[in-house]
Design a protein around this ligand. Structure first.
Ligand code: UD1
Ligand code: CA
Length: 463
């Protein structure tokens, strides 16, 4: 027997025609995370799972390598019913009693919804459970038809409403979450037909088939229609994203984070924040960022995959893949690129770009510099306009600067090059050779001052 309480099938093969984009629909992002990522997060510990992929399946495998082994190819996308047919032999072989089918385009769906639907089916001994919700605007969803006794008898797709004379005002819709008892419903899946407006195999047709076959079919009514919003169009994408954004910001406000101008703060779902942080909007914080207590993020800051241990990030700074220690001050107008590590109390000021560089404690690079592929010891001062010339056109080379060194303004450090502890480099130097510890390096044209008298202008003919 299978140890999972139920299996899960995620339908993610569709092209997403209504998005009108080249990318597979489920790779479109909300707060920088793909739609499918949300759905997969919710079921990561259910090992009996199949993800039906088709359109752009190589891209999906690349985007979710940890799920690639669960992906099953639906080479031709002939409809949601066909997608389930494709994996069905594997479902039968897995020996689960129930399998939950979910559309892959519902990023707000939560695990609790699946659990509730399965529990309802077990309790009522149903062969088929269909989650339904009441949408104020049901446009685009399959409408639920009930008989005089209130039993759900069918779901009618938007495009079939007119043909079948179904009232478009019906608010109860098919949410796109189904629980199938494998033994009961399996055979019916192969009796679906394409006699509908889109000439596709519709999974919801199994509802009518199951009723006709005398199986027990139940509608599992869910209370929060918002959680089941499907993303089909760019307008729906941003609508669902906004709803998620507000939910995430509200969560952090309640967790002790001061979020000023909350309506214009965007925080990704996988970001972690400690209490005692202040964020002022507009601001964007994405990816696997972690912000520790005491961190302050000013307006117009962008953070992705950063770790800030109680630092100040001033306005208009852009940080990606950076680790910033306690007491550091970054910006305004700073750019930290991946591989940047700032130890405690380091300062990176305006128009300074740092990439793949380790700045020791209390290092100051306050103005107009580029620091790439570099190692800088503590307490060193990097003067305005210092550039590490790390690229020779073919390869990148490292720059090493020791502790308590002083690099004068407008210095070019031509890597590979090293400046020792306590060394001083005069302003305007082009440093091509190593500077040993404690030495003074001046590598610039010597200033020449010569006697010279400016010729007086001849004003004689001016009258
Ligand atoms: C579907 C339901 C509709 C329901 C709505 C809820 C059908 C026919 N209709 O409509 O009743 O109200 O979801 O959001 O199922 N897919 C495949 N292979 C295919 C076709 C689709 O894997 O051949 C995947 C898509 O990638 C998508 C999911 O199935 O993730 C649903 O397909 P979509 O076209 O979005 O269905 P809807 O028209 O929204
Ligand atoms: Ca959909």
């Amino acid at each position: 027997m299978n140890s999972d309480p139920y299996g899960v099938i995620v339908l993610a093969a569709g092209k997403g025609t209504r998005m009108r984009s080249q990318h597979p629909k489920v790779l479109h992002t909300l707060l920088e995370k793909p739609i499918l990522g949300y759905v997969l997060d919710g079921i990561h510990d259910i090992h009996t799972r199949w993800i039906v992929v088709g359109h752009g399946h190589e891209m999906l495998r690349a985007a979710f390598p940890e799920h690639a082994s669960s992906m099953v190819l639906q080479a031709e996308q002939l409809g949601t019913g066909h997608a389930v047919q494709v994996v069905w032999p594997q479902v039968v072989a897995s020996a689960v009693e129930y399998v939950v089918v979910v559309n892959g385009d519902m990023p707000l769906l939560r695990r609790a919804h699946l659990e509730a639907a399965v529990a309802a089916c077990r309790q009522r001994q149903a062969d088929l459970g269909v989650v339904t919700v009441r949408m104020k605007d049901p446009t685009g969803y399959g409408r639920v038809l009930r008989d005089a006794a209130g039993e759900m008898v069918a779901v009618v797709e938007e495009k079939d409403l007119a043909r079948l004379g179904v009232d478009p005002a019906i608010e109860e819709v098919n949410a796109g979450v189904y629980v199938l008892r494998v033994a009961g419903v399996g055979p019916l899946l192969f009796r679906l037909d394409t006699a509908n407006a889109q000439a596709e195999y519709y999974l919801p047709q199994v509802i009518a088939l199951a009723q006709q076959a005398g199986l027990r079919v139940i509608a599992v009514e869910a209370q929060n229609p918002e959680d089941f919003l499907g993303v089909n169009t760019p307008a729906q994408l941003v609508e669902v994203e906004e709803s998620l954004r507000a939910r995430v910001v509200r969560h952090w406000l309640e967790a002790g984070v001061v979020v000023r101008m909350p309506a214009v703060v965007r925080i990704g779902p996988d970001v972690e924040l400690e209490p005692g942080i202040e964020i002022c909007g507009p601001a964007e914080i994405y990816g696997k960022s972690w912000l520790g207590s005491g961190t302050r993020v000013d307006a117009h800051v962008f953070l992705r995959d950063c770790h800030l241990y109680g630092a100040q990030v001033r306005s208009f700074s852009h940080l990606e893949g950076a680790v910033v220690g306690p007491g550091c001050v970054v910006g305004p107008f700073a750019r930290l690129r991946p591989g940047t590590v700032l130890e405690a109390e380091a300062r990176v000021g305006n128009f300074v770009e740092v990439k793949k560089a380790h700045l020791g404690a209390k290092v100051k690079a306050n103005h107009l510099s580029y620091i790439g592929d570099a190692e800088i010891g503590e307490d060193t001062n990097i003067g305005a306009g210092t550039i590490t010339c790390n690229y020779d056109g073919v390869r990148k080379h490292p720059t090493r600067i020791g502790a308590r060194a002083f690099i004068g303004s407008n210095t070019a450090l031509v890597a590979p090059v090293a400046v020792g502890d306590g060394a001083v480099v005069g302003a305007g130097s082009v440093v091509t050779k190593d500077v040993p510890a404690g030495m003074l390096c001046v590598a610039r044209a010597r200033q020449v001052v010569l006697p010279w008298r400016r010729k007086e202008k001849d004003h004689a003919g001016d009258a």
